[in-house]
Design a protein around this ligand. Structure first.
Ligand code: IPM
Ligand code: MN
Length: 361
């Protein structure tokens, strides 16, 4: 019997309550599909920062490297620690484990309302591949005489040949696999080379180099501003979108609205070479004001757990989680407030877990 060690890092705000539901679903899937799971919880986050001056211990990456995968709840509480400091923890794990792909599936489950009229379960089914270790998030720059009238800030993007090539190649490999499964087989390059005359021109040239090796996959390009428009106007057009770190961040928040809101959007921070554990998370924030109220939607976290199991190769269990989520959403009987319901976070988690256990999904 396979057995997996999963590090649970619930984080701040509503992180613990949604992580409990992700674990509940994980256990239901493990029981039904006959594999073992061992979880260990880490109380890293803003409270720890207030007590010890660090979001996580200095040897946190060593600790995490002993796990097969990491589940992350959500990080940050601006009333306790400034966001640019607390979020260093998230970025530190992404970069420290060289999780260079941030995989964000954009799918709309039947039965989920969305504010975007063009969005239907049929029209919304694509994937954003976001670069996750460099680009605009490289944290290079400085403040120069910030208090003087001539003060300025400089923030530099770093786009390496290696970094661009590997993420674009991942997108093409994914599009090739999706084509085999009946999708269009197209990689849209999300760029801004009309204005960013070094970084994005370089990115585009590497896109063209990589694309040359995939004649079976369609090439495509859209400026990041235009892509936000096309996501809304023609979501059905998209198959795989590859984007730099910041652009991928921005367009996936729009993507989440196509999915019905932040309560549904999950992502994986992936090291495709599997040198390090990959990390899966809902992409929403920690909503500190709702802490402990059990009112937020746990589906995004459950989706993150589904992706985690898929990555570990437990594809049957992952599919069963997807089916169970779909069944609960279509039935519409157990719904959190974002869906107009009155149920609590744990009631939704229990409903999904029950649907996995009974296998009726
Ligand atoms: C995300 C988040 C993070 C990011 C923040 C919290 C640093 O918005 O995962 O999308 O920008 O990557
Ligand atoms: Mn974001």
């Amino acid at each position: 019997m396979s057995s997996y060690r999963i590090a649970m890092v619930p984080g701040d705000g509503v992180g613990p309550e949604i992580s409990v539901e992700a674990e509940r679903v994980l256990r239901a899937a493990a029981d039904r599909f006959g594999f073992g799971v061992e979880t260990e919880w880490f109380d890293w986050g803003c409270d720890r920062y207030l007590a010890d001056g660090a979001m996580m211990p200095a040897d946190a990456l060593d600790t995490l490297s002993r796990f097969d995968s990491i589940f992350l709840g959500c990080i940050g509480d601006a009333n306790k620690v400034p966001d640019h400091i607390s979020l260093g923890m998230l970025l530190g794990i992404r970069v420290g484990f060289d999780q260079y792909v941030n995989l964000r599936p954009i799918r709309l489950y039947p039965g989920v309302p969305t504010p975007i009229q063009t969005a239907t379960p049929k029209s919304v089914d694509f994937v954003v591949v976001r670069e996750n270790t460099e680009g605009e998030y490289s944290r290079q720059g400085g403040l120069f005489h910030p208090d003087s009238p001539d003060g300025f800030a400089l923030q530099t993007g770093v786009f390496t040949r290696k970094g661009c090539t590997r993420v674009i190649r991942y997108a093409f490999e994914l599009a090739r696999r999706r084509k085999a499964a009946g999708y269009a087989g197209r990689v849209t390059n999300c760029t801004k080379s009309n204005a960013l005359n070094y970084s994005m021109v370089y990115w585009d040239s590497i896109y063209a180099e990589v694309a040359a090796g995939y004649p079976d996959v369609q090439r495509d390009m859209a400026m990041v501003d235009a892509i936000t428009m096309w996501f809304v106007k023609n979501p059905d057009y998209f198959d795989v979108v590859v984007a730099s770190n910041l652009f991928g961040d921005i367009i996936t928040d729009l993507g989440s609205m196509l999915q019905g809101g932040m309560g549904f959007a999950a992502g994986g921070n992936i090291d495709p070479e599997r040198r390090h554990p990959s990390m899966f998370e809902p992409i929403h924030g920690s909503a500190p004001k709702y802490t402990g109220q059990k009112r937020v939607n746990p589906i995004a976290s459950i989706e993150a757990m589904r992706m985690l199991l898929d990555h570990l190769g437990e594809t049957g269990a992952a599919a069963a989680i997807g089916d169970a989520v779909a069944a609960v959403l279509v039935a519409g009987e157990v719904r959190t407030r974002d869906l107009g319901g009155t149920n609590t976070t744990d009631e939704v988690g229990r409903a999904v877990a029950a649907a996995i256990t009974t296998g009726k999904a």
